[in-house]
Design a protein around this ligand. Sequence first.
Ligand SMILES: Cc1cc2nc3c(=O)[nH]c(=O)nc-3n(C[C@H](O)[C@H](O)[C@H](O)COP(=O)(O)O)c2cc1C
Length: 330
Amino acid sequence: MTPFCTRLDLAHPIVQAPMAGVAHGDLAAAVSAAGGLGMLGVRGDASTDWVAEQAAIAARGGRFGVGLLLWSLGDGALLGHVLEHGPALVSLSFGDPAPYVSRVHDAGALVASQVQTVAAARQALDAGVDVLVAQGTEAGGHTGSIATLPLLQQVLPLGAQAGVPVLAAGGIATGRAVAGVLTMGADAAWIGTRFAATREAAFSAGAKDRILAAESTDTVLTHVFDLVQEADWPAQFPGRALRNRLTDRWHGREEALADDLPDVQEQFRDAVARDDRDVAHVYAGQASGLVQDLPAAAEVLTALMDEAATSLQRVAALLGDTGAGGHLSR
Ligand SMILES: Cc1cc2nc3c(=O)[nH]c(=O)nc-3n(C[C@H](O)[C@H](O)[C@H](O)COP(=O)(O)O)c2cc1C
């Protein structure tokens, strides 16, 4: 049991990542009920009714978390609505959490922040967050450019020094990887893409099909979908999505896209309406290559923990019965 799990009363060191448009109440409830932490992904333009409805569904599974996008919070009204529903953990990601941390603490919740660089990790610690999430570039959705392993190795000592648990995000879709990051010193794995392809996820059928069919080489880190949707994502956070005809045409040609924007927006809206994911977006990470089925979220959790236990037993066996060194030192 890691300190993070103890603090949130989790049976398993697994957080289902907040994913706007994908992680709604049903998914969060299923993961929390199975012993992980389910999280709602909340867009900046979410209505108070939507937040209330989805939080009520999530709460059926027990305690839950909520993920917010810092750059969309403005005066904090949305954060206020979220806090009314008693989340145990609030993720304030993609920006400086400092202006909002004390409000979350006053409401009795913990603050997590996904960080993509060492500088962002220091900024989040200075802001007083309770949990750091080292998010590598393999991750689905918006992310930075450093891979999970080198980022995690740099963020872990910062967290340890500050007494703040560090979670690992990006590219984790098997129990082997869960065991790997726990062995490195992470308190839990923060998993998106694997949970996006589950029965409870609110992703469209077309999007789920594309994830099942994708290889790890099929993603692209791009601004194209944000430009088309006129989303105000800060430039340092492109989004990792599955490549499709739209990105093949416009990724790397963003200036030309700006000239053709109204036409492309019409194609995009039409594709979303028809669930044509050859043009519409599917945010997903490099772990897509590891996802070939569409189970219930609880089954994913069980499989992750069974495989993680096997991997950790293998590590224990490598060390031998007599303690440190063992076979490894030979
Ligand atoms: C479809 C999708 C949507 C996402 N939306 C959000 C979001 O709204 N807020 C957020 O903080 N992170 C978001 N993320 C990033 C996740 O929180 C997490 O960092 C990522 O999924 C971890 O990497 P993995 O996909 O390889 O498991 C999203 C990820 C995906 C796949």
